[in-house]
Design a protein around this ligand. Structure first.
Ligand code: 3HC
Length: 689
């Protein structure tokens, strides 16, 4: 097997180069090879200094995340880094690209550090529900103090090595020529006879005890009580660095790391890390090529359309916005300006940039204006007939090779493609609302969509800073279908004795930003009804219809599931009476408790997700998780619904669905995939590839 650490000696300097593509992660092979290379360098009398450098795009991205949660294989990183630090010959880390997590901890275990100014350094472990577990919490504060260490470790943000407080970690920062600079630095060490300098013995960061404790107190206050586990553990470990001898602090850190690593939260966040990497792997990426995109056309300047125009302008595209007549166009432009102003007030744009990008916009009332557009997104036309007509008209005006996309989550892509003579260029691009805030774009692939069109659309989504998730062009796409299933579960719970506020509270406690009824009031009840009907829940919306008939349309009418006044949403006795009356007609059931509510809502979403996987409408369960986290405020720390189902246990969810299905409603019948997974002792995560 190829070695993952290169070894060469040049004028008394041993150069150990990490070569474990793509990111030099500290997997078992690299740890063994590095340990062996160190032994060789220490035993070699001709070697006076050791330089550790990375090959490829970066120094080291840290521990191999795929190994976490599995039994340790020696040498484990903290021990390996102790060996590095205990070296009797000076060790220099030469850093380019990035040193993240365990990569930065490796650099801290070295005696000297040379880096490129633009290299990124940081401790992203917190985003995996972990803490720096290879001495980072003990070594970093000894150099930089508690404030910088906590800022880096609790936010998990990376910073440029040459910027601000990060400079304290480095002995030499160069613009370029890293290897030469490190070799010169090494030779100078030898000439001057400079000794090893162990970070464990450093005092600079901890000598001002008052400042150290003040930083701890500040962050403790900021974190407050409760909240995520990892930040609290980071705080305790960094506090321990100033109070405990180094080796005891290391044991303290190790115990905290082990606990976090075994937690459901870390397991879920690690799953999301890989799921977000995998979501980009789509079959079209192999065969297709992104076409050049200069001009974007948007038809319809309503909420979604105006949002799309704003995003496209901010990404630097020339945009043609087409509305049906002059008054509609004027309203669309006003909406757009409001969005751009908001972007200025949020600091996403300067006022000067806003004025500049407005020059890239062409508002028109005739589709002929789209003749030069490379991609046209149809954000107008609420029903299939209208969308079909628009696509047929578009076909007559756009140039060859233009990609035509429907922004509607319900559009039948195959039927729209049939209206054109360029079926291979037609697909769906569904941006979750609010377009400026949500990260998700569902790329809906029709039966004839070509690889080039799909790759062009995903490239466009990424240029807008979004996460594209591929799905077949089924009505509702991923988010609409799972949210519709979630709503169906909520309605069933209400019909069997819970109140909307019980369901909302239970789901907020479970981690959702809003409960389903609060969300419905924000969305507008008519939109919710349309979604439920499109997604096949027309039989399950009696209550919703009754509310709409009563003029309860959500927040916009100050009454929906709740009644709204200056103090916000209040429970409405009239709604409770309507529920009671409908329950009377259907018989009701036993009153569900909080756990029942959470389980049924999850079971409904997961069954729907499993159906999509079974029917190959999505590539993998992890794609559903990414879509729900990025577009529908599903709690990231739960890992998405499919991962949450794996953690909860598929058997209990399947049995719950079976019980619900006893009333004869086929929607609740567990899909075969669930049975198959249970029978074979497998999980959704086994299907992620
Ligand atoms: N472990 C395992 N695999 C990793 C990895 C890691 N630390 N970092 C990246 N990878 C994998 C990715 O999954 C991807 O795999 P794929 O090609 O099969 O999909 C591949 O490497 C390339 O990664 P990216 O596509 O993300 O490459 P980019 O160039 O876009 O980004 C990066 C590079 C900024 C380093 C980014 O990969 C990243 O942020 N990685 C995670 C860094 C991290 O969280 N480090 C901490 C690890 S935990 C730790 O160190 C614990 C320690 O304290 C003991």
């Amino acid at each position: 097997m190829a070695l993952t650490v290169g070894y060469e000696v040049e004028e008394g300097v041993a150069v150990l180069s990490l070569q474990n593509p793509p990111v030099n992660a500290l997997g078992i092979a690299l740890r063994r090879d590095l340990s062996a290379a160190f032994e060789t360098a220490l035993a070699d009398r001709s070697v006076r200094v050791i330089v550790l450098i990375g090959q490829g795009k970066l120094f080291c991205a840290g521990g191999d995340i795929s190994e976490f949660g599995k039994p340790f294989e020696a040498p484990w990183v903290p021990e390996l880094f102790n060996t590095v630090e205990q070296s009797t010959k000076p060790v220099i880390a030469a850093i380019h690209g990035a040193a993240l997590g365990g990569g930065m901890e490796l650099a801290l275990a070295c005696h000297y550090r040379v880096c490129e100014a633009r290299a990124r350094i940081g401790f992203p472990e917190v985003s995996l529900g972990l803490l720096p577990g290879a001495g980072g919490t003990q070594r970093a504060p000894r150099l930089c103090g508690a404030e910088t260490a906590l800022e880096l470790m609790i936010t998990g943000k990376s910073v440029a090595a040459g910027s601000g407080a990060a400079r304290v970690f480095f002995d030499l920062i160069v613009k370029e020529g890293l290897r030469e600079a490190a070799m010169t630095f090494a030779r100078r060490l030898v000439e001057k006879g400079l000794p090893v300098r162990r970070t464990r013995d450093a005092r600079n960061g901890v000598k001002d005890a008052a400042a150290y404790q003040a930083a701890i107190a500040k962050w403790r206050k900021r974190l407050g009580k409760g909240g995520a586990e990892a930040p609290g553990e980071i705080l305790r470990c960094v506090e321990a660095a100033a109070l405990l001898p180094f080796d005891v602090g290391m044991a303290f850190e190790r115990a905290a790391f082990d606990t976090l690593e075994q937690s459901e939260t870390s397991r879920a966040l690690r799953h999301v890390f890989f799921a977000e990497n995998k979501v980009a792997k789509i079959p079209e990426a192999k065969a297709g090529h992104a076409r050049a995109l200069e001009q974007i056309g948007v038809i319809g300047g309503g909420t979604r359309g105006a949002g799309l125009v704003a995003l496209s302008l901010m990404a630097g595209f020339d945009v043609v916005l087409v509305e049906k007549d002059a008054p509609s166009l004027a309203r669309a432009l006003t909406r757009l300006r409001r969005l751009l102003d908001r972007a200025v007030s949020r600091g996403q744009l300067s006022a000067l940039q806003r004025d500049g990008i407005e020059a890239l916009l062409h508002g028109k009332t005739d589709m002929v204006a789209l003749s030069e557009a490379d991609l046209v997104i149809v954000a107008a036309g609420c029903d299939a007939l209208e969308q079909g007509q628009i696509f047929a008209q578009l076909d007559a005006v756009v140039k060859d090779g233009a990609v035509l996309a429907s922004a509607s989550p319900f559009a039948d892509i195959g039927a729209l493609a049939d209206k054109t003579g360029c079926a291979e260029d037609v697909l769906g691009l569904h941006f979750s609302l609010p377009t400026q805030m949500s990260d998700l774009v569902e790329v809906a692939v029709g039966p004839a969509s070509g690889a080039d069109a799909v790759v062009t659309a995903t490239t466009f989504a990424r240029k807008l800073g979004k996460v594209p998730v591929r799905v077949l062009g089924v009505p509702g796409r991923i988010g609409g279908r799972l949210m519709a299933a979630y709503q169906a579960a909520a309605d069933r719970l209400v019909m069997s004795g819970a109140l909307p506020r019980d369901v909302d509270r239970a789901m907020r406690r479970w981690g959702m930003a809003l409960g389903p009824y609060q969300l419905a009031d924000v969305m507008g009840l008519e939109r919710v009804l349309a979604r439920q009907e499109e997604c096949g829940h027309g039989r399950r919306v009696a209550l919703l219809r009754a509310l709409i008939k009563d003029g309860r349309l959500g927040r916009k009418t100050s009454k929906g599931w709740y009644r709204y006044d200056a103090d916000g949403g209040q429970v409405d006795p009239e709604v409770a009476a309507m529920i009671a009356s409908l329950r009377g007609q259907t018989g009701g059931g036993s009153v569900p408790d909080e756990l029942d509510i959470q389980r049924l809502c999850l079971a409904a979403m997961v069954n729907e997700g499993a159906r999509m996987v079974e029917e190959c409408q999505v590539m993998r369960p992890g794609d559903i998780d990414v879509a729900m986290i990025r577009g529908f405020a599903f709690p990231r720390w739960r890992g998405g619904p499919m991962q949450a189902a794996d953690s909860t246990g598929l058997l209990s969810l399947r049995n719950l669905l079976r019980t619900c299905a006893q009333d004869g409603d086929a929607f609740w019948r567990p899909v075969n995939l669930l049975d198959e997974l249970i029978k074979n002792g497998r999980h959704f995560s086994d299907l992620n590839g």
